[in-house]
Design a protein around this ligand. Structure first.
Ligand code: BV8
Length: 247
């Protein structure tokens, strides 16, 4: 029963001092941002190897930037949902609270979260491959496709981690440190298929954290989750928050 899971989760969170949350595309689904592997997911329509790899970008930077420009246009029209808002409020609730997200949509910072580890980058930033400069870019649509570095004139890329690329070392290290120190790890809206992000819950469990999963579907993490709540983030997180408020 959802109610029992939510009550159990509230009890575990109330007793915790160090809380880590790992989010995936599912937390943005109720805002209207398509997920990747769901029935209407992006990877159903597009071939990931044609768009989200460094090889795709060097082969056809215009096509890759057209895809990101389309996604940016879509994300610019949506708002964070109640699930994002709860996680933003929770930042001040525990002595240690770290939000780790796989999402590149920027909806967590827009909802007010500040202490965020963006494992896969951010669709609202570009990076110059020549000098590595990362710049915010919120133009919708993009002023030029493909966009160029204002400094060196070279092609800039999305500041996003593509398949086959390593994550930022400091970011993934901080994510593992937070996961290993956690009393509770809440995993919300991820299919838990992409590594190394999908390894973080195992790292948390390995050092004794209670794992709570919120997802309408089962995932490879479900069997390891001490508490698994079958539901939507935008509904379950506010419900969980109300249980926590009751004390
Ligand atoms: C790396 C950027 C070192 C693009 C992304 C074999 C085994 C293990 C690993 C590998 C392997 N072969 C290759 C690898 C490594 C590879 C990998 O993990 N591949 C997987 C697919 C097998 N990983 C990498 O390449 C990473 N780098 O490992 O470097 C290296 C180097 C070379 C070779 C090997 C290793 C880089 C990974 C980052 C890739 N970039 N995106 C872009 O976004 O534009 S990943 C992509 O998937 C997304 O960014 C997203 O962040 C990520 C995870 O997806 P989810 O967020 O989970 O979304 P999904 O749609 O899958 O699921 C949504 C979930 O929400 C579902 O469960 C659904 O039920 C649920 N849901 C739906 N509605 C709701 C909901 N939940 C709650 N509420 C709702 N309302």
């Amino acid at each position: 029963m959802i109610g029992d899971g939510v009550k159990q989760a509230a009890d575990a969170l109330r007793a915790a001092r160090r809380v880590v949350v790992l989010t995936g595309a599912g937390i943005s689904a109720e805002s209207g941002v398509p997920t990747f592997r769901g029935p209407d997911g992006l990877w159903r329509t597009y071939r990931v190897e044609h768009l989200a790899t460094p090889e795709a970008f060097s082969r056809d930077p215009t096509l890759v930037w057209q895809w990101y420009d389309w996604r940016r246009g879509l994300i610019a029209k949506v708002q964070p949902n109640p699930g994002h808002a709860v996680l933003a409020r929770w930042e001040a609730r525990w002595p240690s609270f770290v939000l780790i997200t796989q999402n590149v949509d920027g909806l967590h910072p827009r909802a007010g979260s500040r202490n965020i580890l963006e494992l896969h980058g951010n669709i609202w930033k570009t990076r110059c491959p020549v000098d590595g400069t990362i710049r915010p870019n919120h133009d919708v649509p993009l002023a030029e496709i493909p966009p160029r570095c204002p400094f060196c004139g070279g092609l800039v890329r999305p500041h996003i981690v593509w398949f086959g690329e390593s994550l930022d070392r400091d970011t993934i290290r901080a994510a593992y440190t937070a996961s290993r120190a956690a009393d509770v790890m809440l995993v919300v809206g991820t299919s838990a298929l992409v590594y190394p992000a999908a390894d973080l819950p195992h790292a948390a469990c390995g050092t004794g954290a209670t794992l709570i999963e919120i997802n309408p579907d089962a995932t490879p993490l479900t069997d390891d989750a001490g508490i698994s709540i079958r539901g939507k983030a935008g509904e379950i997180l506010p419900l969980l928050d109300s249980y926590l408020q009751r004390g």
